[in-house]
Design a protein around this ligand. Sequence first.
Ligand code: PMP
Length: 425
Amino acid sequence: SAQSRLTDLSADELAAFRAEQQTAYDTLAGSGLKLDLTRGKPSAAQLDLSNGLLDLPKGVHDASGTDTRNYGGLQGISELRQIFAELLWVEPAQLVAGGNSSLTMMKDTLVDLMLFGGVDSPGPWSAQEKVRFICPVPGYDRHHTLLDSLGIEMLAVPMNDDGPDVDAVAALVKDDPTVNGMWIVPTYANPAGAVCSQEVAAALVAMPTAAPDFKILWDNAYALHHLTADEVKSADILSLASAAGHPHRPILFASTSKITFAGAGVAFLAASTEQVAWYLKHLGEGAIGPDKVNQLRHAQFFGDADGVRAHMARHREIIAPKFAEVQRILTDRLGGTGVATWTDPKGGYFVSLDVVPGTAARVVQLAKDAGIALTPAGASFPYGVDPQDTNIRLAPTFPALPEVTAAMEAVATCVLLAAAEKLSS
Ligand code: PMP
């Protein structure tokens, strides 16, 4: 890019640059924009890909002859579990197909661990003086909200390009039995798009932990959500954990929220056989069975695992151009200025943008005042506090392409203005 580094400018040049950005911003703010890059939602065009579901199921009986309209079948219907077991590299017997939200399954799991303890716990977590959880940052805001709501204390570790920082995690879990677990979004992580390598996954399931029942909540929400032809395969966490002698350490979650309908998909949980039985036992104390009609129509809609893969390719056709547009504008407007770095994810739903430390909140405020909603600064960090005030999560899937363009041009202007303000202060 032709831009020069802002830090190389003389005081006069910087003042001129700042005035230029202020003018650009004032024009922007006066143009009546109303754009939203906040949440990772599928667009209507993506939802339309799954409209075939609205005419299904054909018939009401599953492959075993069960009437899906009736109660029962807590673990979910087997033909759908077979399809997703193949895609998630687990055994069908170790997979639960549930309701429409994997986040609810995560909440149930944590609540059960708190109230009852797990298959390898000495007692309920809530009987401990303290319960703590490791959160790779930046991470998924709702993971943090959930922990906070249960009084679980959060410990941040860096999320690297190949997964959580193993040394930082190992140091926290080694001697402290109140560190009971950790989150990982292993594939195309929210928000930076990192993919947890086989080596990192293997180290995390093998590391010694003071807590005998340490849990890795392996939230594979974007397992199949590739943006390029290079379709990364998630580490096979259940097999790795068994091989390392800690079969009950990981609990895997996934869903079709960003495959079919975000509000009416099917969620999945996978774990060791004993741990699946533990989950189903507690689930059965408050449920008789999932929405098997929805599960049946999903199984019929996809047919098999390749049907899911082909469907994901159609999502990619819709959203890859939006991600490319984000890269194009960031590179054009901010490349070479030295005031921002950003990720170029190969999948998932987000781009993570780092601006001049101490300006992320200012950028979000400037954008808001100009009519562009961005995820609040700090949202990807425990307690909503980014200690560096540097990170902004961008979610380009929901708006139409021209709106992505307009919103990103505006974001670039806000980043430059905030940087100029900061550097001249
Ligand atoms: N996990 C991650 C990492 C997510 O980004 C999201 C959606 N934003 C979810 C879980 C929510 O999953 P579900 O719709 O299955 O509850």
